[in-house]
Design a protein around this ligand. Structure first.
Ligand code: ATP
Length: 312
C-alpha cells in the first residue's frame, strides 16, 4: 500500500509543446490531475489530444515542457506508475486474451500471472479469457486493452478515447469500469474524449483542449463560473407570478421560458441553484423542484472551441 500525499499531483504537465514543422499540435499545455480524479481531456477531433497523450507518455519527443507523475520526472520510473492505452489496442487475434496479456506482461516486464487473472476479472472478461481474441467484439477488445493497461497495478491510467467506435452499451460498460477503477480500486484516471456527454457523465474534472491549447480546466461548476457560461435550471414553484417577480430581482438570473411540467427555465450566470432556491423561499415561494438542464457543458464546449476543423 502506497501513501499518496495530497499535495503531490498524480500528473503535472507544464509548458508542454509538440511542433510538427512550425505548427504546434500541442501548445504550452498545463495540466494538473489530482490523485483520485477521473479527469476528462476533452476536445474536438484534431484538437491535439492524442499528440498530447503521446508526448506525456514519452512515446513521441516533446518539443518543450515537463511532465511529473506522482512527483517523478524520470520517464523510466514514471512508467512503473502508469498504465496506458493509446488509440485502438491491437492484439494477436489467434491467441487467447490471457495469452495476449501473458505476452504483454513478459514484454513490459511487469504483471504476474495473478495480476493477469485479476485484470481480466476486473474488466469483466474472466469467463472468456481462454477464447481467441478474433471472436471478441470491439467493446471486449477495448476492455482487454484496459486490462493490459492495468498490468502491474499502475496508480495512474491514461486512456486515449477508450470508447471510440463502441455502441451505447459498450460505451456504458467502459464508463462504468472507469468509475469503478477510481472509486473501488483507488486508481487515478486520465481519459480523452471528443464526446461531451461522456465526459459529463463520468468525470469529476475536465480540461478542454482546442487547437493544441487548453481553453479551460476545472470541475464542471468551476468551468461554468470561469467562462461566465450559463447554468440552465428548471424550477418548479407553487406561485408562478410571484416566482417570476423574485427571479427578476436576482442579479445574474434570467427567465428563459418554460421548462418541462410547468417549470420555469432560468439561466444563471453567477448565482448558483442554491442561491435561486434561497431567494425564492425568502420571497415566499415554495420550490418543489430544481432540475439542472443537461447541456451546460455543451454550451461551454461550444463557446470555447472553434467551429473550424483543427490545424491538419
Ligand atoms: P482525434 O480526436 O481526431 O484523434 P486529436 O485531438 O487526438 O484528434 P491529434 O491526433 O493529436 O488530435 O492531432 C492534432 C494535430 O496534429 C492535427 O492537426 C494532426 O493533423 C497533427 N498531427 C498529428 N500527428 C502528426 C504528425 N505525425 N505529423 C504532422 N502532423 C501531425
Amino acid at each position: 500500500m502506497r501513501l499518496v500525499t495530497s499535495d503531490v499531483p498524480a500528473l503535472a504537465v507544464s509548458g508542454l509543446s509538440r511542433f510538427y514543422g512550425k505548427r504546434a499540435a500541442v501548445n504550452k499545455l498545463e495540466l494538473r490531475v489530482e490523485p483520485g480524479d477521473l479527469y476528462g481531456f476533452l476536445g474536438p477531433n484534431g484538437a491535439g489530444k492524442t499528440t498530447a497523450i503521446r508526448a506525456i507518455l514519452g512515446l513521441i519527443a516533446r518539443s518543450e515542457g515537463t511532465v511529473e507523475v506522482f512527483g517523478e520526472r524520470d520517464l523510466v520510473r514514471q512508467r512503473t506508475e502508469i498504465g496506458a492505452m493509446v488509440e485502438t489496442p491491437t492484439f494477436n487475434d489467434w491467441l487467447s486474451a490471457r495469452r495476449n496479456l501473458q505476452i504483454a506482461a513478459a514484454y513490459a516486464g511487469r504483471g504476474t500471472a495473478a495480476d493477469i487473472d485479476e485484470a481480466l476479472e476486473r474488466v469483466g472478461l474472466g469467463a472468456r479469457a481462454g477464447e481467441r481474441v478474433r471472436g471478441y467484439s470491439l467493446g471486449m477488445r477495448q476492455r482487454l486493452g484496459i486490462a493490459r493497461a492495468l498490468l502491474g497495478r499502475p496508480k495512474l491510467l491514461v486512456l486515449d478515447e477508450p470508447t471510440n467506435g463502441l455502441d451505447p452499451r459498450g460505451m456504458r460498460e467502459v464508463r462504468d469500469l472507469l468509475v469503478e477503477l477510481v472509486r473501488r480500486d483507488g486508481c487515478t484516471v486520465f481519459v480523452s474524449s471528443h464526446l461531451l456527454s461522456e465526459v459529463e457523465a463520468m468525470c469529476n474534472r475536465v480540461g478542454i483542449l482546442d487547437r493544441g491549447e487548453l481553453k479551460a480546466e476545472g470541475t464542471m461548476a468551476q468551468l461554468i463560473r470561469q467562462l461566465g457560461a450559463r447554468t440552465l435550471i428548471e424550477v418548479g414553484v407553487d406561485d408562478r407570478p410571484r416566482a417570476l417577480e423574485v427571479i427578476s430581482r436576482l442579479e445574474g438570473a434570467r427567465v428563459e421560458g418554460d421548462g418541462d411540467e410547468g417549470r420555469i427555465l432560468v439561466a444563471l450566470s453567477g448565482p448558483e441553484a442554491a442561491d435561486l432556491n434561497r431567494v425564492l423561499v425568502q420571497g415566499g415561494v415554495a420550490v418543489s423542484s430544481l432540475v439542472p438542464r443537461a447541456g451546460s457543458l455543451e454550451e461551454l464546449f461550444l463557446s470555447v472551441t472553434s467551429s473550424e476543423p483543427g490545424v491538419a
